[in-house]
Design a protein around this ligand. Sequence first.
Ligand SMILES: CC(C)(COP(=O)(O)OP(=O)(O)OC[C@H]1O[C@@H](n2cnc3c(N)ncnc32)[C@H](O)[C@@H]1OP(=O)(O)O)[C@@H](O)C(=O)NCCC(=O)NCCS
Length: 160
Amino acid sequence: MTLQIRPFVSDDRSGLVQAIDAVCGESRWMCTVRFEPTPAWTHALEEPRCPCHLLLVVKDAEHVVSWCRAFPRVGRSNAREATLGIGLLPPYRDRGIGIVLVRRSLNWAQNVGYQCVRLTTHPDNARAIHVFTCCGFASTQRIAEDVLEMSCYLAGLSTA
Ligand SMILES: CC(C)(COP(=O)(O)OP(=O)(O)OC[C@H]1O[C@@H](n2cnc3c(N)ncnc32)[C@H](O)[C@@H]1OP(=O)(O)O)[C@@H](O)C(=O)NCCC(=O)NCCS
């Protein structure tokens, strides 16, 4: 199986939305049951080349099987911060793809001058927490019973 990891282009849109809907519908770890585009998502889909964000897709032949995104985090502090989100269809999990995508996203964020990348996950999502910890994230705060925030400070981080 040859998988392609590359930035999203407009032609990927319906396949990407299908993949997100599938992961949201199947996985109890996502915060919505289907794709619900935020303004940042709408911008990323409509302006794929805008340098403020990174949206990676993984394709197996013509099918989008995974995504990883880093979007600017607005209005929280003076620091340049991004948020990260990721998902893979079930057959593609536990093959090392998630770690590659997160590291690649952190490397991008570091290179374009972000200072910190944050994400939220479910406190019981052991696989995701393992992946994020391996990549340099640490737990920051428990925002709610079922929402754990993790942060990765990029200064000096090795993303190789
Ligand atoms: C979480 C997710 C993005 C990880 O991507 P992935 O490609 O499956 O992860 P990888 O294969 O790169 O790495 C998996 C790691 O977790 C470990 N792992 C697997 N299941 C685990 C578990 N239940 N507890 C702890 N670690 C686990 C694996 O051993 C591997 O670690 P290793 O490389 O040190 O051996 C992916 O599984 C996914 O999309 N899951 C469903 C949706 C989701 O949870 N999204 C994230 C929401 S914040």
